[in-house]
Design a protein around this ligand. Structure first.
Ligand code: NDP
Length: 452
């Protein structure tokens, strides 16, 4: 049977574009890709990239005081949202152009419209045309979800936060995950009075408890009103403001309320049920280790499969899919020991098990230190950073590395290599310290602070 294409990709985000590019460019496959929104997907258009630029923008406020302490005669000025936003829009347009060009230059035919699955080898575009393909790859990502409650329609999500008409005077951010905690820091740094509600006992559930505690303390010290064990009961419009009634009995008014309470896979109304592609409890597409669904010609990668929802993971899944399907080299995706950064202020870099997870698994030694970094301490700052290693008592392997410090994301990329290679505590110790940097503590912690 002959098909219009060897591969039809639905979704032009990080994972879909990578798979399409490599299948076409490096393997000579005939590939098409459909995208109903902007090319680049969540990461480039409404996630990692604009978020990081906002983190950069927000960090300047703290630098002025430090610079003064170092002898610079400079005064703080106002932050102009419009200036920043204009540049941000231009940058996102530029990046979207790059993604479009990647496809074009690799001979991928792209369709700027929604595509749905009709059968195991056929997709239908929004304009009604049908295309056949030997393989279909679904890479449609995820979307923010806001729970239903009275007034929930007044909330914005991370999709809208990048394009506020003006910077609010105050904001409520609901949630305690990556997105909520990162945006609390961003907004606070930009000079917005920031409140964060989290329903549980500590933000960033799932990460190392000591790291979570430090981040939360530092966020509070930076001026964020983090209210733990607190949820919204109801919200109502009150003039230009939103009145929020909370479970702690308080009632406050906010200019903007942002919900960052998790994301759902974008797998609805894609025609999957009719062709027999199975979906899980959260609506995610169920795939095996090769990203193959129960329908052999249909694969899925990235957030729509809700495995590890990170851009570099989606990209790897895309590459492994091409290796498996187009190179005849079955390649499972390795989801173990993925280093990651959380761009809270302070930033966290982490790889491997938290102390709690490791201790539940086997006897461990904990090496940890928390101190005032030189740069801030000189300026009179009270900010603290943390370096922590979780070490197996039996094998001496470093099972987890957790860094809370400026630049922790950069540091963990490198520590991640060692941990992924199976480095032991003694391997860390054999490595000469780089002096004077914060990360030297990772190789100079001689005594465990405790066993667990
Ligand atoms: P997360 O799943 O990380 O966090 C969701 C948060 O919302 C949790 O604190 C959760 O609480 C809370 N929550 C869930 N439902 C409700 C509810 N009904 N009412 C109140 N609170 C609720 O989701 P995010 O949206 O922050 O991020 C999505 C994913 O995006 C992340 O998992 C991550 O993979 C990715 N991401 C990665 C980044 C990075 O690498 N730096 C940055 C941003 C996103 P509880 O803990 O109690 O369940």
């Amino acid at each position: 049977m002959s098909f219009d294409y060897d591969l039809f990709v639905i979704g032009g985000g990080s994972g879909g574009v990578r798979a399409a590019r490599v299948a076409a460019g490096e393997n000579g496959a005939k590939v098409a890709l459909a995208e109903e929104d902007r090319y680049g997907g969540t990461c480039v258009i409404r996630g990692c990239v604009p978020k990081k630029l906002m983190v950069f923008a927000s960090e300047f406020s703290g630098m002025v005081g430090d610079a003064q302490a170092y002898g610079w005669d400079i005064q703080p000025g106002a932050f102009d949202w419009n200036t920043f936003h204009g540049k941000l829009v231009t940058e996102l347009d530029r990046l979207e152009g790059i993604y479009r060009n990647i496809l074009k230059n690799n001979g991928v035919e792209s369709f700027d419209q929604r595509a749905t699955v009709v059968d195991a080898h056929t997709v239908e575009l929004a304009d009604g045309t049908r295309k056949t393909a030997k393989h279909i790859l679904i890479a449609t990502g995820g979307r923010p979800v806001v729970p239903e409650f009275p007034g929930s329609d007044l909330a914005i999500t991370s999709n809208e936060i990048f394009h506020l008409p003006k910077l609010p005077e105050n904001i409520l951010i609901v949630g305690g995950g990556y997105i909520a905690s990162e945006f609390a820091g961003i907004m606070n740094g930009l000079g917005v009075k920031t409140t964060q509600f989290y329903r549980g006992e500590q933000i960033l559930r799932g990460f190392d408890q000591e790291a979570r505690d430090l981040i939360c303390n530092e966020m509070r010290a930076n001026g964020i009103d983090v209210r733990l064990g607190t949820s919204v009961v109801e919200m109502a419009k009150d003039g230009d403001k939103i009145r929020v009634k909370a479970t702690d009995g308080t009632e406050d008014q906010f200019d903007v309320v942002m919900y960052a309470t998790g994301r759902a896979p974008n797998a609805d109304n894609l025609g999957l049920e009719a062709v027999g592609v199975e979906r899980g409890r959260k609506g995610e597409i169920i795939v095996d280790e090769y990203s193959q669904t129960g329908v052999p010609s249909i694969y899925a990668i990235g957030d729509v499969t809700d495995r590890v929802n990170l851009t570099p993971v989606a990209i790897r899944e895309g590459m492994a899919f091409v290796e498996t399907v187009f190179k005849g080299n079955p390649t499972p995706v390795d989801h173990e020991l993925i280093p990651t950064a959380i761009f809270t202020q302070p930033e966290m870099g982490t790889v491997g098990l938290s102390e709690e997870e490791a201790a539940a698994q086997e006897p461990v030694e904990i090496y940890a230190t928390s101190f005032k970094p030189m740069q801030k301490a000189f300026a009179g700052g009270t900010d603290k950073v943390m370096m922590k290693l979780i070490v197996s008592q039996a094998t001496r392997k470093v099972l987890g590395c957790h860094i809370v410090a400026p630049g922790a994301g950069e540091m963990i990329q490198l520590a991640g290599i060692a941990v992924k290679m199976g480095a032991t505590k003694e391997d860390f110790d054999r490595t000469v310290a780089v002096h004077p940097v914060m990360a030297e503590e990772l190789v100079t912690m001689r005594q465990p602070v405790r066993t667990a």
